[in-house]
Design a binder for this molecule. Structure first.
Ligand SMILES: [Zn+2]
Length: 264
């Protein structure tokens, strides 16, 4: 499970009051703990929040054992730092290479690989320095990258064909190290003219679309996520539009209950 901004993810968990996946609740719980600890919460406060996300099986244990389990989970979660506020610079020379690819799926795949690569080299547990290639190599994560690149709709063989195309064109290099696959992108650079910087990971592909096509894309007026322009003068992304609606309803209700406010 690939989460680019754990702070945002944890805040959403607290808002929704439930886990967002079926199989990766453990990872979600770790993210939540890291976020709460980062907010300065102590063990008891963290535990109180965690109890809203039930740990299956704990209902049969006595309090002492439950506390022990929680303290183990918290220790484990805090062995990694909270991943947030990572900024990724995309350079013009890189965009040019991506835009030169004729296939839309291939373009999206290479762009996602680039964003993931640049994000992951900030995290010691996701990369190693390859002396052989004289470059940082990042652990592969095909499934998540394919999801973010929007190519899960393709057959598996087709997805691998796209990966092969990148290898043949010298845009992607993979290596095995300690029984994991790692990769780097020879065209990735750290200097030159910046095309754009990614801070908001809600619509990563949108960042490239926005850069290439300002006529059809714009940013949400609240959070900055890239959205498609429509005929209606839409200002917000789906999430913010939802929050705005709730906020306005509450505000109207207040005005209705307190007529003095209506004058303003
Ligand atoms: Zn928004």
């Amino acid at each position: 499970m690939l989460v680019f901004d754990e702070k945002k993810y944890a805040r959403n968990l607290l808002k929704e009051k439930k886990f967002q996946t079926y199989r990766q609740k453990d990872i979600e719980r770790y993210i939540l703990i890291r976020y709460l600890a980062n907010e300065g919460k102590n063990f008891d406060e963290i535990k109180k929040e965690l109890e809203k996300f039930p740990l299956i099986g704990c209902e049969y244990l006595d309090k002492k054992d439950v506390d022990l389990i929680y303290s183990k989970i918290v220790d484990r979660a805090l062995s990694c730092p909270l991943v947030t506020d990572i900024e990724v610079n995309i350079y013009k020379s890189e965009v040019e290479i991506i835009n030169n690819l004729e296939d839309e799926n291939l373009k999206n795949l290479l762009f996602m690989l680039l964003v993931y690569y640049k994000w992951a080299v900030n995290q010691s547990y996701l990369y190693f320095f390859s002396k052989h290639n004289n470059v940082k190599m990042v652990i592969t994560n095909d499934m998540d990258i394919w999801k973010y690149a929007g190519i899960m709709k393709l057959r598996v063989a087709e997805r691998y064909r796209l990966c092969n195309k990148l290898i043949i064109n010298g845009l992607y290099v993979e290596d095995n190290f300690k029984s994991n696959n790692y990769f780097y992108l020879p065209f990735s650079v750290d200097e030159g003219e910046i095309a754009f910087t990614i801070k908001n990971y809600d619509n990563i592909l949108g960042e490239l679309q926005f850069y290439n096509d300002k006529e059809h894309y714009k940013r949400c007026a609240i959070c900055g996520t890239v959205i498609r322009k429509t005929r209606s003068p839409k200002k917000y992304c789906t999430n913010c539009a939802h929050d705005e609606n709730i906020r306005k309803t509450k505000e109207n209700k207040k005005k209705f209950e307190n007529p003095i406010l209506l004058k303003h």
